[in-house]
Design a protein around this ligand. Structure first.
Ligand code: VTB
Ligand code: MG
Ligand code: MG
Length: 329
């Protein structure tokens, strides 16, 4: 983690609304290419659109979670500065198209996502895996804990929710690396919602379990997506922990360069995204919480969630874009 921000500094609240334009642009660009079986093309379109919109924001921004390290990502790489440079110094975590494979298949829950915080407030994580566990708001502090077993976490959650474990649903990425976890969760009696991609959405879904039916997120996904999800949870409430999977010397060295000295450290959401954090996500494909982009003769519609941790404001924005030309279409 970079020097922890004490949380005293505030972001200009206008930015909360401004960043919606950034995810809207990326989502529309990706949506034009959804369902084409071409992950790269949709991803590239989202990256280009997000970058050009981001550069119009009145911020002095630095990307801390982006498309990769400088040598592997020509745009929106970690360390790239974005914005007009005239404005507050902010750190940015982004994923222009989170869930490229689901977008290529036009399956639910691909998103354009961004989080912004006062400089020094977001965990500078390398692009490795992260073990994650998350639940929505309303549970006692410490209800989930990566130091405990999946069975223990499920039992504690069921008890706190006042239901049987068999009435709990866990969201898990469908990956061979989760074979053991899936078996354990099922043996404990819980139901699993297996997802192909998109664990930022998976984590956010725990925050509205009445709508999504998902009580807990578990498993190993990308570390960048972990920081983005933590930023979202800071705004919605809920609890999350993440532990980087630094299982080789090379990964540990990369992490160390980013200031991470304890490779086994368990981070809370507050430690991954501290202080005043803002977050936006626009649906690319239809999902449980957000509708996807729709194209009409005279307009394009988008559905966006914008949130701010300081005020715990959660806004849903449905936009009708009558000027289709702003999307270059
Ligand atoms: C997850 C998921 C992403 O990567 O983080 C996953 O949220 C983890 O990587 O949508 P693997 O695909 O290697 O398992 C994505 O699927 C793609 O960024
Ligand atoms: Mg991406
Ligand atoms: Mg991603």
């Amino acid at each position: 983690m970079t020097e922890g921000n004490t949380g005293g500094e505030m972001l200009d609240r206008v930015l909360t609304l401004e960043i919606a334009r950034v995810t809207e642009k990326a989502a529309v660009a990706a949506a034009r290419l959804r369902g084409r079986g071409d992950e790269k093309a949709a991803d590239q379109a989202a990256v280009d659109a997000m970058r050009s919109e981001l550069n119009q924001l009145a911020i002095d921004g630095t990307i801390v979670i982006g498309e990769g390290e400088r040598d592997e990502a020509p745009m929106l790489y970690i360390g790239e500065s974005v914005g007009t440079k005239v404005g507050p110094k902010v750190d940015i975590a982004l994923d222009p198209l989170e869930g490229t494979t689901v977008c290529a298949k036009n399956l639910p829950n691909s998103l354009a996502v961004i989080a912004m915080a006062v400089r020094g407030s977001l965990l500078n994580a390398p692009d490795v895996y992260m073990e994650k566990i998350a639940v929505g708001p309303g549970y006692p502090d410490g209800i989930v804990n990566l130091a405990l077993s999946p069975e223990e976490n499920l039992a504690a959650l069921a008890k706190a929710k006042g239901v049987k474990i068999t009435e709990i649903t866990a969201c898990i990425l469908d990956r061979p690396r989760h074979a053991q976890l899936i078996e354990t969760v099922r043996a404990a009696g819980a139901a699993i919602r297996l997802i192909g991609d998109g664990d930022v959405a998976g984590v956010i879904h725990t925050t509205d379990s009445e709508e999504t039916g998902i009580d807990i997120y578990m498993g190993i996904g990308g570390a960048p997506e972990g920081v983005l999800a933590a930023a979202a949870l800071r705004c919605t409430g809920g609890q999350m922990q993440g532990r980087l999977q630094l299982n080789t010397n090379e990964k540990r060295a990369r992490a160390e360069k980013m200031g991470i000295s304890d490779p086994y450290r368990i981070y809370t959401a507050e430690e991954m995204a501290s202080g005043d954090v803002i977050f936006a996500a626009t649906g690319v494909t239809d999902g449980n919480l957000l509708d996807g982009v729709r194209f009409y003769r005279d307009r394009v519609t988008t559905h966006t969630l914008v949130m701010r941790s300081r005020s715990r404001t959660i806004r849903e924005m449905r936009a009708q874009h009558y000027d289709r030309t702003k999307f270059a279409i």
